[in-house]
Design a protein around this ligand. Structure first.
Ligand SMILES: [Fe+2]
Length: 383
């Protein structure tokens, strides 16, 4: 799977038959992840850490209907930037990709190719390296087939044009890395698909449209849940943002730590001396965005370093020696979950503060508007 310094790791989610790709420059270790799946977050983080990679980008080929992305979580945990096709309206993605845009990592760059058909915004990512070239074809070109075109702004005519006029114009020896395969096949080539793809090889547009119209596929199992979640990079706003309707003073059960609490309850505990508030954001975030004067700063990671702060455990144990509950605050409640799990392993009674200091980003990637410590009117300072 290599062409000298360009390395490709292909990962598979059996539940959704989705391929996720980690593509990296073996010299600089700069990496990109394409179409990550939320339930595989741990596997993907481990892959990246084991290889010592610096994750620069979390990319989507489109807004998926069959699984939820972990792009937002990877950005929060590893410092990657999120990027998604402009036409997919994933407002939380930091970079809105347009046709031809280059996505650099180390000595390489992926080129975004706008390939509408499966969805109107769908893109493929192409990279040429050392005489070899690769295309990450998402749900546009599959091995022996193509993505469905019957929902989510799909169009058989657009799909035909994307296959014939864009992907089949790539060098014939380009390796095709699909977004899915349901029969255990891993990759193909443009030349092979031009000759043998059952849907499109040798077909006219009318024939192709007839084939696509007769597929009669069932509705994807998770579409109602997955598409809305993917429009916010997989950040699911579980904590709400609708302050009024939530019970903010009870503890919600959680896996691997004592529980989730809203900022109001955490603050009540801190004021009554029951709990110690620990801010696990980086020094830079606290300085630039604002901080809670009563919180003890203890960074889980210093941005954009991938490794956990080596002094985290010792720092937490010092704080825990007071024998109080620990309530953990981060930007939006992602890193604080990881920190709460770690604190629990260290034998402490640790709670995650839902929504964090700033809350999740909204559809325009603006933070601070969907809940969070600051939005809820609890004490904080800018300097
Ligand atoms: Fe799809």
């Amino acid at each position: 799977m290599t062409s000298q310094a360009l390395q490709i790791v292909q990962l598979f989610d059996t539940d959704s038959s989705t391929y996720t790709y980690v593509v990296y420059d073996a010299q600089s270790l700069d990496a990109v992840i394409i179409d990550p799946v939320d339930t595989q977050l741990e596997r993907d983080q481990q892959t990246i850490q084991t290889l010592g990679l610096k994750l620069r980008w979390a990319l989507e080929t489109h807004a998926h209907a069959d699984h939820i992305t972990s792009a937002g979580l990877l950005a929060e945990h590893l410092g990657a930037q999120t990027a998604a096709p402009e036409g997919c309206h994933i407002g939380t993605a930091a970079v809105q990709l347009v046709e031809g845009q280059m996505i650099p990592f180390g000595a390489f760059a992926l080129k975004a190719l706008h390939t509408p058909g499966h969805t109107a915004g769908s893109m493929c990512f192409y990279v040429g390296a050392d005489q070899a070239s690769h295309v990450f074809s998402g749900d546009t070109l599959l091995i022996g087939g193509c993505g469905r075109t019957d929902f989510q702004s799909g169009s058989a005519k657009d799909m035909f044009n994307s296959l014939i006029d864009i992907l089949f114009k790539l060098p014939a020896n380009t390796t095709v890395w699909p977004g899915h395969d349901y029969q255990g096949r891993t990759h193909s080539s443009i030349g092979h698909e031009m000759q043998h793809n059952a849907r499109v090889a040798g077909k006219t547009l009318a024939q192709f449209e007839a084939i696509m119209a007769q597929l009669n596929l069932p509705k994807p199992r998770r579409i109602d849940e997955a598409v809305p979640a993917n429009l916010t990079s997989g950040l699911r706003h579980d904590a709400g943002g609708d302050v009024v309707s939530h019970d903010v003073v009870s503890v919600r059960p959680a896996q691997g730590y004592a529980g989730d609490v809203f900022p109001e309850l955490a603050w009540h505990w801190v004021q009554s001396g029951e709990a110690v508030l620990v801010d696990v954001r980086s020094d830079a975030e606290r300085a630039w965005v604002g901080f809670v004067p009563e919180a003890k700063p203890l960074a889980w990671k210093q941005w954009p370093v991938v490794d956990v702060n080596p002094d985290f455990d010792a720092g937490l144990q010092r704080i825990g020696a007071e024998g109080k509950k620990i309530v953990l605050l981060c930007r939006s409640g992602v890193r604080s979950v990881a920190a709460a799990q770690r604190a629990t392993q260290l034998g402490l009674e640790a709670y995650n503060i839902l929504e964090g200091f700033e809350g999740d980003p909204d559809a325009h990637a603006h933070r601070g508007l969907l809940g969070g410590w600051r939005k809820r009117g609890l004490p904080w300072r800018q300097n």
